[in-house]
Every structure is written in C-alpha cells, then in structure tokens.
Design a protein around this ligand. Structure first.
Ligand code: NDP
Ligand code: OXD
Length: 310
C-alpha cells in the first residue's frame, strides 16, 4: 500500500484530488491519497505546495520523495528538515501559461499597444512598429519555461538572445552564459524577460549597474521571482526614463503591499503572480509518473539540485 499526503492549501484539494486519483489509475498505481495521515512515518510521498503550513519534514521518516506543485522551490530547498529527494514541477500547463503570458507582454511592447489602448480620446499618433525580425528580445533563464518562451518568440521572427548558467544550444536562439554574456544581452535587447529561479546567485541580479547596462528605452518583464530585481534601482531607472516600462508579476512580498511604489507608478504594470499556474490534470500525470519511477527504481524526473538551489 502506497500512501501519499497532499500538503497544500485546502482550496487546492477538490481539483487536485480528482486529478491525482485519475492519474494514479491511468498509471496503474494503487495509492491512498489523503490530506492527513495519522502516523507521519507511514507517508511514502508528500505532494507539496510551498505555501502550505507544513515546514517540518522530520516526522516523515518513511517518505521517499517530496513533490512540489510549484516550479519555484526557493521556500523549501534550504529547509534543513527536508532530507528526502525534492522534485519540482515541470508541467505542460505551466509551460503553456508562461509562453502565453510572456508572448502577450512582449507583443504589447513590440507593437507599442499601450499608446493606442490607453489613449483617451483616441488620437492619430502613427508609430509604425518594426517587424519582429528587427527587434531583439533577451531571455534570462533558458530552463523548462524560458526555453519554451524563447522558441515561441523566435517563431514570431524575433531575434532571441538567451542567457543561462550552463551553455545551451537551441536552434534559432543565440545562447550566452557568464557575466560577459549577460552584458552583451542587456546591451542588445529592447525587451528583457526574467525567467530565473530565486537563488543566492540570482538575488538582485538586476541591480543598478545591470539596469543601467540595458538599452535606453528598453522594457523589462519579470515573471521569475521578485528577488531578481533591486526594486529601488528599478524605480530609479524608470524615473529617469532610462527604461520605458516594466511588467512585474512577482514580488519580494506577495500580495504586493498597497503602498508599494510599483502600484502607482505610471511606467509599471503589476500582475498578481498569474503568469503561469500549475494545471491539476497535467501536473497530476507528472506526479504519477514520478511515483511510478520511484517505485520501480527508475530515476525521478525534475530532481532539484539542492546545492544549486533549483
Ligand atoms: P528551470 O530550473 O528549468 O530553469 C532555470 C533557468 O535559470 C536555467 O536555464 C538555469 O540555467 C538558469 N539559471 C539559474 N541560476 C542562474 C544563474 N545564477 N545565472 C544564470 N542562469 C541561471 O526553471 P523553470 O524554467 O521551470 O522556472 C523558472 C522560474 O520561473 C521558477 O524558478 C519560478 O521562480 C518562476 N515561475 C514563475 C511563475 C509565475 O507564475 N510567475 C510560474 C512558474 C515558475 P541552467 O539551465 O544552465 O541550469
Ligand atoms: C511556481 C509559481 O513556481 O507559481 O510554480 O510561481
């Protein structure tokens, strides 16, 4: 008998319960799935949302793996009580959502849509945008989500420059690494998208110097994590007109406090952490596949490297 504990806020249970039961059936797995298991030592797997109340994993002595429902695992990765393998979420629904969010906001900047959609009364300010092939988009982070966004934008014809920790080879994308690669990307791109995880290595990556290294008039889109940006430096870069606009989906404190300067800033669009959401049906299949692998001794997918932090 395999026992799985669903450790996520109550509101997620109805959708995930049904989706997980279906996925376990499809995978031929006999699993008792529950929101509470009397003896923690009996739990084989924990299906976990990082915004859940559970933070002490030490009683779960029989647990074979913790499976995050989120892609970003910064809240849990350094938890000293978590000694079990940790898998993050790589989900086809999450990926599709991020591609749609990023593509939507890149096209909005590329086409200069705010000029027309926000003009009251409508004017006749003809600013013909360049074609995508004459515009460079930079993507920081070429993982599961960033590489999917890069591919889609390249499909529109944009010149896409990506940056990651290790060298990538992606057809049609200029792939860079290291500090020199980042400087090059920031100097080239008119639209920069951040799809990096929150780690000690990415904290305040977009500081005053890096923001100053961006092209004058460039736009920044951040669906990665709030810690990637030095907020005060971004506000200063926007105020002096070096950057044209920022679209921010993630923040150091969420919900973004009512009095945070981003909320009222004319050059900032705030979206409430909606860029991409894990979709229960597709995510449940990922979890079922990982439990099947663990039970048959195959390597689990999407294992978090605890030393890298993602
Ligand atoms: P991945 O782990 O697949 O990819 C992370 C990418 O970042 C990799 O390309 C990695 O490089 C790169 N990277 C990490 N650290 C550094 C560094 N110090 N310097 C340069 N590159 C670095 O993650 P995902 O693509 O699945 O997700 C990315 C992030 O998106 C999540 O961690 C989460 O924070 C955020 N997210 C936000 C959502 C939202 O709704 N706003 C929804 C889902 C995720 P390499 O490939 O070489 O390892
Ligand atoms: C995630 C997120 O990391 O929703 O999955 O931000």
């Amino acid at each position: 008998m395999i026992r799985a504990l669903f450790s996520a806020p109550e509101a997620a249970w109805p959708q995930y319960h049904a989706a997980l039961e279906r996925a376990f059936d499809e995978a031929g797995l006999k699993i008792v799935l529950s929101r509470a298991i009397a003896r923690p030592a009996d739990v084989d797997y924990i299906i976990y949302a990082p915004n859940d109340a559970l933070t002490d994993f030490s009683p779960y002595t029989g647990c074979k793996a913790v499976m995050s429902l989120w892609a970003g695992v910064e809240r849990i990765v350094a938890n000293p009580t978590l000694t079990q393998p940790l898998c993050r979420m790589v989900d086809e629904g999450l990926r599709a959502g991020m591609v749609e969010y990023v593509t939507g906001h890149v096209l909005r900047y590329h086409l200069g849509l705010d000029r027309y959609t926000c003009a009251t009364p409508p004017g006749w300010d003809r600013q013909v945008p360049p074609l995508a092939r004459d515009r460079t988009v930079g993507i920081l982070g070429l993982g599961a989500l960033g590489s999917a966004c890069a591919r889609t934008l390249a499909g529109f014809g944009f010149h896409v420059v990506g940056w990651s920790q290790t060298q990538k080879t992606l057809p049609g994308i200029t792939c860079l690494t290291g500090p020199g690669g980042l400087t090059h990307l920031l100097a080239e791109a008119e639209i920069v998208v951040l799809i990096l995880p929150a780690t000690p290595g990415t904290e305040n990556l977009m500081n005053a110097d890096r923001l100053a290294a961006m092209r004058p008039g460039a736009a920044l889109i951040n669906p990665g994590r709030g810690t990637l940006i030095d907020d005060d430096a971004l506000l200063a870069a926007l105020d002096r007109g070096h950057l044209a606009h920022a679209t921010l989906d993630v923040f150091r404190t969420e919900p973004l406090p009512e009095n945070h300067p981003f909320r009222a800033h004319p050059r900032v669009t705030v979206t409430p952490h909606i860029a991409a959401e894990t979709r229960p049906d597709s995510a449940a299949r990922v979890i079922a596949e990982n439990i099947r692998r663990a039970e048959t001794g195959e390597p689990m997918l999407y294992r978090v490297d605890r030393t890298r932090g993602y």
